[in-house]
Design a protein around this ligand. Structure first.
Ligand code: PHE
Length: 376
């Protein structure tokens, strides 16, 4: 082709490419997670589930004839990072939706930015009630802590038959503070007594002072609504002080590190979470099989399952909306009803939350074992 001719044809050609490129442009989804740092187990697990869902959708042609492009950013489990990352994902990358975070504190940080940018955000697993109260663009696909607190209070009263319980709350975690409050309300309403309340902060390593006070108070159970590292250390130090009553917590306990750090001390402890890979439901078993095939025989935990479900709920909404336009997409996510996922049926309610069952897990012979399902 002569130079003159190519110059002449170039604009026509470029316009045609631009047109088809637009139709075929990938759907950009931003994921922000704690892939490293203190809660790395949460981010990594959630990311694996998220990625598996994206790959599966892309392998079957994506949605609206478009592939998904997942943009994943690590907040290193650090305060402040999620806000920066989400700003970048919205303004620089122009994502159509945000997936994250696992930990409530980091979802609370990112939500106002997503809301201001009018970009739908779906948290897979943040359970703090306030997360979705941050605005009309903020959703979640898991249950909330008023329910989780009730679940563990009922379990403590009815299954463990506890009367006097100590509460160990992480005051620097919104998740912990509120979960403690909801547990306390129900446990007291059911005739139990919170004999003593002690505090700690994220990252603390020595809990001897609090546990000595708990021992002196005389209790028959200790509720620790925190994250896995501290929960494991608290269990260890409790046993060292010969505090042998049951210890139990919420979904923040779920990570292989609970057992790795806690060892024998976490045997016979309990926590509530969103799903059990032991469930015989075909949805769960199909997911476990796919996940294990993709990730070197690793068994998916609750965060992996919820990460997967968050993508599928988003994809379903994009399909129903017929577009990725933020206003229509927001409305479609809000209209999600009875969407079948790994963690059960997702119906987004008027408060942009999902109502789902919880499961109680125990540690037995160094492994997580299903105990019971508790329905709302
Ligand atoms: N629910 C916890 C929070 O809101 C996070 C979490 C979810 C931890 C699922 C473990 C499993 O902070």
């Amino acid at each position: 082709m002569t130079k003159a001719l190519s110059t002449l044809l170039l604009p026509v050609f470029a316009a045609a490419v631009a047109g088809s490129a637009l139709a075929q442009a990938p759907i950009k989804v931003g994921e922000f997670a704690s892939l490293t740092g203190k809660e790395a187990a949460f981010g990594q697990s959630s990311h694996k589930g998220t990625l598996l869902a994206i790959e599966e959708l892309n392998a079957t042609g994506g949605v609206l004839g478009r592939q998904f492009e997942l943009l994943t950013e690590d907040n290193q489990s650090k305060q402040g990072e999620s806000a920066t990352i989400v700003k970048k994902l919205i303004s620089r990358d122009q994502v159509v939706a945000l997936l994250g975070e696992v930990a409530s504190g980091r979802s609370l940080e990112a939500a106002p930015i997503a809301q201001a940018g009018k970009i739908p955000m779906i948290s897979p697993s943040s359970t703090n009630k306030r997360v979705t109260e941050m605005g009309s663009y903020i959703f979640r696909v898991c249950f909330i802590d008023p329910f989780q607190g009730t679940v563990m209070a009922k379990f403590a009263r009815n299954s463990l038959h506890l009367q006097k319980v100590a509460l160990l709350t992480s005051v620097s975690s919104a998740y912990s503070v509120d979960l403690a409050k909801y547990f306390k309300e129900t446990f007291a309403a059911m005739g139990g007594t919170i004999t003593i309340e002690q505090k700690y902060s994220e990252g603390d390593k020595d809990f001897k002072a609090q546990l000595t006070a708990v021992k002196a108070a005389g209790v028959d159970g200790i509720f620790v609504p925190g994250y896995y590292t501290e929960a494991a250390l608290i269990s260890k130090q409790a046993r060292e002080l010969e505090l042998n009553c049951p210890l139990f917590g919420g979904d923040g306990w779920e990570a292989p590190q609970l057992i790795e750090i806690g060892g024998k001390a976490v045997e016979g402890t309990y926590y509530s979470t969103h799903y059990s890979p032991e469930s015989s439901s075909p949805g769960v078993q199909g997911f476990v099989k796919k996940f294990r095939a993709r990730y070197a025989d690793e068994t998916p935990d609750a965060m992996a399952a919820l990460g997967y479900d968050s993508v599928m709920v988003l994809a379903d909404a994009i399909k129903r909306a017929g577009t990725t336009d933020h206003i229509k997409l927001r409305a479609a996510i809000a209209a999600t009803r009875n969407f079948d996922g790994v963690t059960g049926r997702t119906t987004i309610d008027a408060h942009r939350n999902a109502t789902k069952s919880a499961v109680v897990i125990t540690v037995k012979d160094g492994e997580f074992k299903f105990v019971e399902t508790i329905t709302p």
